[in-house]
Design a protein around this ligand. Structure first.
Ligand code: AMP
Length: 287
């Protein structure tokens, strides 16, 4: 595995791979790797000749009162995981390498950002889109892998690729969960033991909602109320949002039909967690 910290070195490594006609699979992350990231790396390995992993905690996508400084980091551990996962190139740039000065321009995401995390984290997806665009330009992969735990991010990146005619295939990968259902997340380390016991109830609430959709007897507001009701009973933390929208368009739909996303964000003391399920309203099956 080659660890590259500068854009110059990365360009050289990519040029070499391209000249050898290697297909590149790319997995962008913020590090503190877990099973969720490993799933993406595994898929990238299966589909491509070369796997590029980036680890970069992108300041542009954090709001002023968010957890940029506290975001968990452990490069040595990540390096080991990356090696074991068969990564060929690990891109680990500094902030000054990625942003030598304040960016002269950023991408403004116009659709799908007035809901879910876009509504509660203004500017977040502009920051995500900007860094992913930069990384795409540098890595020039055939395919890029994103987790459905961040389903809104997947929808927005797919729109970006469409809008700017970027010749990269976006591959969404299923959410990886702990045995008790909690979605794996780098931020889970910031849960207190009590909060950690509590947190699987987020997914339980989503599953209960999916059962309700399956019976085809409830409206969008019923589903939201059902989840909120469950979450309000939790001993710790507070609801950030609960919503039911069409997917991938992310539009409110009173009539539950087609592919829909049931999504929530929940704030514990030191960690804000998100989770979602996608349901085919016609069959009630998760998809
Ligand atoms: P992050 O490092 O949290 O920015 O995540 C990097 C990539 O890993 C994103 O595409 C995430 O959606 C994906 N990811 C994070 N957690 C999970 C998970 N539990 N299951 C699947 N993918 C995940």
């Amino acid at each position: 595995m080659r660890i590259v910290k500068t854009i110059q070195e990365l360009r050289t490594a990519i040029a070499e791979a391209k000249s050898n006609h290697k297909k590149i699979g790319f997995v962008p992350t913020m590090g503190f790797l877990h099973e969720g990231h490993k799933r993406l790396l595994h898929q990238a390995n299966e589909d491509n000749d070369i796997v590029v992993l980036s680890i970069f905690v992108n300041p542009l996508q954090f709001g002023p009162n968010e957890d940029f400084d506290r975001y968990p980091r452990d490069f040595e551990r990540d390096e080991q995981i990356a090696r074991n996962a068969g990564v060929n190139i690990l891109f680990y740039p500094s902030i000054s390498e990625m942003y030598p000065e304040e960016p002269m321009m950023i991408i403004q995401v116009k659709k799908g950002v007035d809901v879910l995390c876009g509504a509660s984290r203004p500017g977040h997806f502009d920051g995500v889109a900007t860094v992913v665009m930069k990384l795409f330009q540098l890595v020039q992969p055939e395919r890029a892998y994103f987790g459905m735990k961040d389903a809104q991010q997947v929808a927005i990146i797919m729109n970006m690729v469409d809008t700017f005619n970027i010749p990269i295939e976006i591959i969404p990968c299923d959410t990886v969960r702990e045995q008790d259902g909690l979605a794996k997340s780098s931020r889970n380390v910031y849960l207190s033991p009590e909060e950690r016991n509590d947190a699987p109830k987020l997914y339980e609430a989503l599953q209960k909602a999916s059962d309700c959709i399956k019976k085809q007897t409830c409206t969008r507001s019923d589903v939201i109320a059902l989840i909120k009701d469950d979450l309000q009973k939790l001993a710790y933390g507070e609801i950030d949002y609960v919503d039911v929208l069409s997917y991938p368009r992310l539009e409110p739909i009173e009539e539950l039909s087609g592919k829909i996303i049931v999504a929530l964000a929940y704030k514990y003391e030191k960690a804000r967690l998100i989770d979602n399920i996608l349901v085919n309203a016609a069959t009630g099956k998760e998809c």
